[in-house]
Ligand binder design. Structure first.
Ligand code: AMP
Ligand code: ZN
Length: 113
């Protein structure tokens, strides 16, 4: 996807504060953080939404998904974190490239907005 923002970040054509880059997965800081720690985890492969994941994408959710690295990097393994995926208009998905929001560093209210 030549004009997809997160594909451009994955190809390093647009700068981002990358915190994890391994195999099929990239993680970078959100430009408008909603918590002290707000990182987006993406598959480098273009998938528009979480509904497009298939079994061949297992690494994105498997051993190399990045969550363990982020939990250690930001020392939130015990204090906790939240993973959020927005899918579609009602959820406010703004970027049509699958991304997991990794939020941590403050108490996170429930239910979310
Ligand atoms: P969503 O509403 O789930 O699609 O989330 C999109 C997220 O991408 C928002 O939290 C934005 O702040 C974030 N975002 C947009 N552009 C960039 C960028 N160039 N680098 C990092 N994060 C971005
Ligand atoms: Zn993309």
């Amino acid at each position: 996807m030549s004009d997809c923002l997160f594909c451009k970040i994955a190809r390093k054509e647009i700068p981002a504060q990358i915190v994890f880059d391994e195999g099929d997965v990239l993680a970078f800081k959100d430009v408008r953080p909603q918590a002290p720690v707000h990182v987006l985890i993406i598959p480098k492969k273009h998938l528009a939404r979480v509904l497009d994941l298939s079994t061949e994408d297992a690494p994105v959710l498997g051993d190399s998904w990045g969550g363990n690295a982020l939990a250690d990097r930001f020392s939130v393994r015990e204090s906790g974190f939240r993973l959020v995926v927005n899918n579609g208009p009602d959820a406010g998905q703004a970027v049509a490239h699958l991304h997991f929001h990794f939020l941590a560093g403050r108490p996170l209210r429930w239910p979310p907005g």
